[in-house]
Design a protein around this ligand. Structure first.
Ligand SMILES: Cc1cc2nc3c(=O)[nH]c(=O)nc-3n(C[C@H](O)[C@H](O)[C@H](O)COP(=O)(O)O)c2cc1C
Length: 166
């Protein structure tokens, strides 16, 4: 079985909670780890690497992930699959919805990763997102402010999608 790791940056716990749900949805054997408590080598030990990050400021990375970017920008993801999820607020920040997910996913791809886990933008209302590419999100967008009731269903479906792509 492919080794899978979930790594997240979270300021108020929403991305941490989503990371735990995603790890659990794999049905065991997948850990979720704070990005502050890991290393490039630990991350690259996995075949499928899942990064979760919330967006702060106006389209900015969550603080801990911001600190991690210098490491991420030097990592070699050749031969690795990477999937990203992002927490954001589509009503409060419709012009920068889940931008940080876009930044992280595109950086990993620039560093050689094969990105998997893109999802439709149907069911979300926003004006602009750095995480949108060719009409889809490059990963999974979650919104605890406005659509927390949809989170678990979105997580379960996304994990099933990833399991079909590894
Ligand atoms: C000051 C502030 C700025 C924010 N900026 C954005 C933003 O630009 N885009 C977005 O989609 N969400 C934005 N959010 C919403 C957060 O991303 C959202 O609350 C998220 O669930 C936080 O996750 P965390 O607790 O894991 O950090 C912002 C929230 C706050 C309080």
């Amino acid at each position: 079985m492919a080794s899978i790791g979930v790594f997240y940056g979270s300021s108020t716990g929403n991305t941490e909670d989503a990371a735990d749900r995603i790890a659990q949805a794999f049905g065991g054997g997948v850990a979720s780890t704070n990005i502050t408590a890991t290393s490039a080598d630990e991350i690259l030990a996995h075949d499928l690497i899942i990064f979760g990050v919330s967006t702060w400021g106006t389209g900015d990375l969550q603080d801990d992930f911001e600190d991690f970017m210098t490491t991420l920008e030097e990592m070699d993801f050749s031969g690795k699959k990477v999937a990203v999820f992002g927490l954001g607020d589509q009503e409060g920040y419709p012009d920068t919805f889940v931008d940080a997910m876009g930044i992280v996913g595109k950086t990993a791809r620039d560093r050689g990763a094969t990105l998997i886990g893109s999802t439709a933008t149907d069911g979300y209302t926003f004006d602009s997102s750095d995480a949108e590419e060719n009409g889809s999100f490059i990963g999974l967008a979650l919104d605890e402010e406005n659509q927390s009731d949809l989170t678990q269903d979105r997580v379960v479906k996304w994990v099933a999608q990833l399991q079909g792509q590894i």
